[in-house]
Write a protein that binds this ligand. Structure first.
Ligand SMILES: NC(=O)c1ccc[n+]([C@@H]2O[C@H](COP(=O)([O-])OP(=O)(O)OC[C@H]3O[C@@H](n4cnc5c(N)ncnc54)[C@H](OP(=O)(O)O)[C@@H]3O)[C@@H](O)[C@H]2O)c1
Length: 247
C-alpha cells in the first residue's frame, strides 16, 4: 500500500477495464478519485462501488475527443477540488484495419482520443501542478507503441506518440517537482481485448514468458506505485507491464 491520502486523482476511461481498477486501487491507497468516461451511469456505478467501501470518489461524464470538453472538465475539477495531484490518462480506443484500408476518420478518431486529449488534459492540469510544485502524470501507452502491430497503424502511432510526449513533458516539468511516466501494458483481459478469437488469445499467451494473460490489477498496482512518493525519482520512463512479452 502507498499513502495517497489527501491526493486528488483524475482517471480517464474509468468506467470499465483498466481504468476502473486504477480508480479502485488509487482510492484504496487513500486518494480521492475522479472517474471519467462518456457514460455517466457506468462511471457512477464504479464510484458507487468505491464509496460503498468507504473510500472517496466522484464521477463526471466527458467525451475526451473534444478539446473544449477536456479543457472545461479539467478546469471544473480544479475549481471544485482546488488541485489535481495525479493525472492518469487511461482512456483509449482502437479502430483496427490494415493501412491500405484504414480511413482518415479511423486515424483521426484514435489520435484524438489516445493522443490529443492527453496533450490537452496535461496542458490544463499542469498549471495547478506547477503552482503546487508537485504532481504525477501517468499515461497509459501500450507495448504496441514499442513494437508496432499489423492492423494497428493508428493505435501504435498514438501509443508511441504518448511515449515521446511523456519524455518531453518529463524534461519540461522536472524542475517543478512533477514527474511524467508511461505504463505500457501487454495483453490484459478487458472488454477491449475480449473480442479476440480463442486461437489468437492462446498464441499471445505462448509469447508471454510468465505464462498468463495480464489482469487489470497488474496495471493498477503499477499506477499506484508511480503515483506515490516512493516513485519520486522516476520520470520520463515507460514501464512495460506485460509478463515479460517485450524485453
Ligand atoms: N486491454 C489491453 O490489453 C491493453 C493493452 C495495452 C494498452 N491498453 C490501454 O489501456 C487503456 C485502457 O484499456 P481497457 O482495455 O481498459 O479499455 P476499455 O475496456 O475499452 O475501456 C476504455 C475506457 O475508455 C473510455 N473511453 C473511450 N472513449 C472515450 C472518450 N471519447 N471519452 C471518454 N472516455 C472514453 C471508456 O468509457 P466510455 O465508453 O463510457 O466512454 C472506457 O472507460 C487504453 O488506453 C488502452 O489502449 C490496454
Amino acid at each position: 500500500m502507498f499513502d495517497l491520502a489527501g491526493k486528488i486523482a483524475l482517471i480517464t476511461g474509468a468506467s470499465r477495464g483498466i481504468g476502473k481498477s486504477i480508480s479502485m486501487i488509487l482510492a484504496q491507497n487513500g486518494a480521492h478519485v475522479i472517474c471519467i468516461s462518456r457514460n455517466i451511469n457506468d462511471v457512477q456505478s464504479v464510484v458507487d462501488d468505491i464509496t460503498n467501501k468507504k473510500f472517496n470518489a466522484s464521477a463526471a461524464s466527458c467525451d475526451i475527443s473534444s478539446t473544449d470538453n477536456v479543457t472545461s472538465l479539467v478546469k471544473n475539477i480544479i475549481d471544485e477540488h482546488g488541485k489535481i495531484d495525479i493525472l492518469v490518462n487511461n482512456a483509449g480506443i482502437t479502430r483496427d484495419n490494415l493501412l491500405m484500408r484504414m480511413s482518415e476518420d479511423d486515424w483521426d478518431k484514435v489520435l484524438n482520443v489516445n493522443l490529443k486529449a492527453v496533450f490537452t488534459s496535461i496542458k490544463v492540469a499542469s498549471r495547478s501542478m506547477i503552482k503546487q510544485r508537485s504532481g504525477r502524470i501517468i499515461n497509459i501507452s501500450s507495448v504496441v507503441g514499442l513494437t508496432g502491430n499489423s492492423g494497428q497503424v493508428n493505435y501504435a502511432a498514438s501509443k508511441a506518440g504518448l511515449i515521446g510526449m511523456t519524455k518531453s513533458i518529463a524534461k519540461e516539468f522536472a524542475s517543478r517537482g512533477i514527474t511524467a511516466n508511461c505504463i505500457a501494458p501487454g495483453y490484459i483481459e478487458t472488454e477491449m481485448t475480449s473480442n479476440l478469437k480463442d486461437d489468437v488469445k492462446s498464441s499471445i499467451k505462448e509469447q508471454i514468458p510468465l505464462g498468463r494473460i495480464g489482469c487489470v490489477e497488474d496495471i493498477a498496482h503499477a499506477v499506484a506505485y508511480l503515483a506515490s512518493d516512493e516513485a519520486s525519482y522516476i520520470t520520463g520512463q515507460t514501464l512495460t507491464v506485460d509478463g515479460g512479452m517485450v524485453m
